[in-house]
Design a protein around this ligand. Structure first.
Ligand code: M6P
Ligand code: ZN
Length: 186
């Protein structure tokens, strides 16, 4: 008996294609509150794309035992002297871990545990990063080109954005004399 092959998504370097792929564009307007320099933010067009997320969510959000896959592309933008970054989040199910890996360009992974201790890793094409449960995570584009990274996380992890929106991370990544610096703020 013959049966049809199921069509699957395709990964093309830092693009995810297929009928079940979600594509979200986050504009400067939606991430503006992350940045320290509000005057620098005010002169940039609010609808400028800040970063894009392609995601493949093959099971419903919240499913135990499933996995999600994503590719994020952070545009090379500076708000004042601060590099473009993701919002960053803890997982709603705090013990859930995640893998990130570098695909294109250069960046920094900023992680923070619940005691607000930070850990940073340099991200470049091919680098692999394990984010343990209980660590908030944010990616920062520290280069002059598009920075893309992959992600794989449990489908019941969820996103807690509120804690970061309220308390932030205790470090900012800025361009100082032409190079990225990790500046602790507390
Ligand atoms: C990765 C994953 C996603 C996340 C995205 C953007 O692809 O961690 O879960 O949504 O990065 O990061 P954030 O949600 O923090 O803006
Ligand atoms: Zn995550």
């Amino acid at each position: 008996m013959e049966t049809n092959l199921t069509s699957v998504p395709t990964v093309e370097t830092d693009l995810l294609r297929g009928q079940d792929i979600r594509h979200d564009i986050r504009t400067l307007k939606s991430v503006g509150e992350l940045f320290e320099d509000r005057e620098a933010l005010a002169i940039l067009p609010p609808d400028t794309p800040a970063y894009e997320v392609f995601s493949y969510l093959p099971v419903p959000e919240g499913t135990t035992g499933g996995l999600f896959y994503g590719i994020t592309r952070i545009h090379p933008l500076l708000v004042g002297d601060e590099y473009m970054m993701t919002k960053g989040h803890f997982h709603a199910q705090t013990d859930r871990a995640e893998f990130y890996w570098g695909i294109r360009g250069e960046g920094i992974l900023l992680m923070m545990d619940t005691r607000r201790h930070i850990r940073t890793e340099r991200v470049s094409p091919g680098s692999l990063h394990y984010i343990p449960g209980g660590f908030a995570h944010r990616m920062i584009n520290t280069g002059d080109t598009l920075f893309s990274f992959g992600a794989c996380w449990p489908s019941d992890a969820g996103h807690d954005y509120e804690t970061i929106a309220r308390e932030g991370f205790p470090a900012r990544i800025k361009k100082v004399n032409g190079t990225p610096r990790i500046l602790k703020t507390e």
